[in-house]
Ligand binder design. Structure first.
Ligand SMILES: Cc1cc2nc3c(=O)[nH]c(=O)nc-3n(C[C@H](O)[C@H](O)[C@H](O)COP(=O)(O)OP(=O)(O)OC[C@H]3O[C@@H](n4cnc5c(N)ncnc54)[C@H](O)[C@@H]3O)c2cc1C
Length: 477
C-alpha cells in the first residue's frame, strides 16, 4: 500500500510529488496521459504572476506572492528556463487608472514587493511599441515568464529520481474507501493508498464527487493564443496586460522565454473540458484586443495557434481542502495556479500533516537538476565539449539550435518520452519557425533508436497520435 497517491501529473501534482520526495514516504502518481504536463500546465500564458490580482481574502491571494518567490528560487535549483521581465498593467482612461490604483492597493495587501504606478510618458519610454493612448500603468517587477512544461517535468523528474513512482496512462475511474485508505481503480488496474490527493485539474470535480458531497462546479474556460516568430523582434520587454475584467486577466502581449511574442488569451466557457481547438472568431477577437495595446502587432508572423482550458469554478478560489477522511483536494486550480504550485504543495503538506500523515525527512535528498543547452555553452568551450561527446556537434533542430546530444540526454532522463511533443517539451525541438517540419522526422528516428521502438510506434503527442502508418508489434496502425 502506498502512503500517498497523487492523481494527476500537472504542475500541482508534480510540485507536490517533488516536495513529498524529501520524506520517507511511498508515493505514487497516477496520470491518465502518456506524459507529465499534458493538461492546463502545458497550454497557458506561462507567467509567474506578481500577485496584485487575486482578492486578498482568497487562498489565491495568500499563496501567490510566496508561490512567485518559490518559482524564482526553483528555476535556479531545477535549471528551468525563466526570464524576470516584470509586468505592466496598462490604463487607457481614467476608469482604468482607478483600477490600476485598486490593483496597487490589492497588491500591497497581498504583500507584492516593489510595485510602482507609472505615467504614460514613462510607460512609453520603457515600451516604445505600446499605444500612445495609454495614460499610465502598474509596474510589477517581481514577475516573469517561465517554461511551464519544463518546470512541471523538472519537478517530477527529481521526484522520480528521489523515489516517487510515476504511473502514466493510468486514468482513475473509481475510488473506494477501505479500512485504512482507498482502493483506486484505474482503466488498467488497481492501487491501494492511505491518502489520496486529487490534482486532476479540469477533471477534479468528477474525482471529488467520487468520495465527497458536491462542493464546487468546474466551468472549463478556454483561452486561445498566437505565438509570433522571433523575426518580428522584441515587441515588448515586459508582460503587458490590460486591466482585468470579471472574465479574467484579459488579453496580453508578452515576451516568451525563447524571445518570441505571445498574444492572448480570450476567455470562453466550453462544454468539453478537453476542447483545445482554436477558432477563427476567437482568434480575431484576441487580435483586435491585443492591437489596442500594441497597434503595430504583426499577426501575420504567427507560427502557431493553441488553446488551453482553465479549471475555473463557481467556488471562485482554489479548492484545497481535506474533503473526506484521507482525501485531499487540490482542485479548481485556475490562474495563477502555475505560479502558486510550489506554495500549494507546501500548503498541501501542512494539511496532510494535520490529517495525520507522518513526515520523516530523508537524511539525503537532492532537490536539484541540471541540463545541457548547447547554444548557451560559450563559443570557446564548444569544441572541447563536442570532442567529448560528438552528438553535441550535430544540430537537429535548426530553428532553435538543438543538438542530437540534447535530444539523447532528454530521452534518458528519469521520465522517458514517447512522442515528438515529449522531446519538444524536454529539449525544445520544433519550437521555432518550422514547427518541426524539418527536424520532426530526424527526432522521430532518434527517439525510436534510443528507446528500441519501431518508428511506427512513435507518437506525435497523446495516445493514438501515430505519425507513420505501418505494422507495429500490436498490429497495423
Ligand atoms: C489559458 C490559460 C492561461 C493560464 N495562464 C496562467 C499564467 O500565466 N500563470 C499562472 O500562474 N497560471 C496560469 N494558468 C493556470 C495554470 O495553468 C493552471 O492553474 C495549472 O496549470 C493547473 O495545474 P494542475 O496540475 O492543477 O492541472 P493540470 O495541469 O490540468 O493537470 C491535471 C492532470 O490530471 C490528469 N488527470 C485528469 N483526470 C485524471 C484521471 N481521472 N486520472 C488520472 N489523471 C487525470 C490530467 O491528464 C492532467 O495531467 C492558465 C491556465 C490556462 C488554461
Amino acid at each position: 500500500m502506498f502512503d500517498v497517491a497523487i492523481l494527476g501529473a500537472g504542475v500541482s501534482g508534480s510540485a507536490l510529488a517533488y516536495q513529498l520526495s524529501r520524506f520517507h514516504l511511498d508515493v505514487v502518481v497516477l496520470e491518465k496521459e502518456n506524459d507529465v504536463s499534458l493538461g492546463a500546465s502545458r497550454a497557458n500564458t506561462a507567467i509567474v504572476h506578481g500577485g496584485y490580482d487575486p482578492p486578498p481574502d482568497t487562498l489565491m491571494g495568500h499563496l501567490n506572492v510566496d508561490g512567485a518567490r518559490m518559482c524564482m528560487e526553483l528555476v535556479d535549483r531545477l535549471d528551468v528556463e525563466f526570464r524576470k521581465t516584470g509586468s505592466l498593467i496598462v490604463a487607457f482612461d481614467d476608469e482604468d487608472m482607478k483600477e490600476v490604483h485598486n490593483l496597487y492597493d490589492r497588491g500591497l495587501q497581498n504583500g507584492v514587493p516593489s510595485m510602482e504606478i507609472l505615467d504614460g510618458e514613462e510607460v512609453s519610454r520603457r515600451e516604445p511599441n505600446l499605444s500612445k493612448e495609454i495614460i499610465g500603468a502598474l509596474w510589477v517587477p517581481e514577475s516573469g515568464v517561465i517554461n511551464p512544461w519544463e518546470f512541471t517535468l523538472a519537478m517530477m523528474e527529481v521526484a522520480v529520481r528521489e523515489g516517487v513512482e510515476l504511473k502514466l496512462c493510468e486514468k482513475v475511474i473509481g475510488l473506494k474507501r477501505q479500512d485504512k485508505g482507498f482502493l483506486i481503480e484505474t482503466e488498467r488496474g488497481t492501487y491501494s493508498a492511505r491518502y489520496v490527493v486529487n490534482a486532476t485539474g479540469v477533471h477534479s470535480e468528477k474525482i471529488h464527487n467520487m468520495v465527497a458531497e458536491p462542493a464546487f462546479h468546474i466551468h472549463p474556460t478556454r483561452g486561445q493564443y498566437y505565438l509570433l516568430d522571433r523575426s518580428v523582434g522584441e515587441v515588448v520587454n515586459s508582460v503587458v496586460f490590460q486591466c482585468p475584467s470579471p472574465l479574467g486577466k484579459g488579453v496580453l502581449v508578452s515576451p516568451t522565454i525563447h524571445y518570441n511574442t505571445l498574444v492572448g488569451p480570450d476567455s470562453e466557457v466550453v462544454e468539453d473540458c478537453e476542447n483545445t481547438s482554436t477558432t477563427r472568431e476567437a482568434l480575431d477577437d484576441v487580435a483586435r484586443q491585443a492591437k489596442r495595446s500594441v497597434p503595430s502587432l504583426q499577426l501575420g508572423s504567427n507560427i502557431r495557434n493553441f488553446a488551453g482550458v482553465r479549471a475555473n469554478s463557481d467556488y471562485g478560489d482554489f479548492y484545497i481542502k481535506i474533503s473526506a477522511p484521507y482525501f485531499l483536494d487540490i482542485a479548481a486550480i485556475k490562474s495563477p495556479g502555475l505560479t502558486c504550485a510550489p506554495r500549494i504543495a507546501t500548503y498541501a503538506i501542512e494539511l496532510l500533516r494535520e490529517a495525520g500523515l507522518d513526515f520523516k525527512e530523508k537524511e539525503t535528498w537532492d532537490g536539484t537538476r541540471s541540463v545541457v543547452r548547447f547554444k548557451e555553452i560559450p563559443e570557446e568551450e564548444r569544441e572541447a565539449f563536442i570532442r567529448e561527446n560528438p552528438l553535441y556537434g550535430r544540430v537537429i533542430c535548426r530553428c532553435e539550435t538543438i543538438t542530437e546530444g540534447e535530444i539523447v540526454a532528454a530521452i534518458h532522463r528519469p521520465i522517458t518520452p514517447v512522442s515528438l511533443d515529449g522531446i519538444k517539451r524536454r529539449a525544445g525541438t520544433g519550437m521555432g519557425r518550422c514547427q518541426s517540419g524539418f527536424c520532426g522526422p530526424r527526432v522521430l528516428e532518434i527517439l525510436a533508436r534510443e528507446t528500441g521502438k519501431a518508428t511506427e510506434d512513435i507518437l506525435q503527442d497523446k495516445e493514438g497520435s501515430h505519425i507513420l502508418i505501418g505494422d507495429t508489434k500490436e498490429g497495423r496502425v
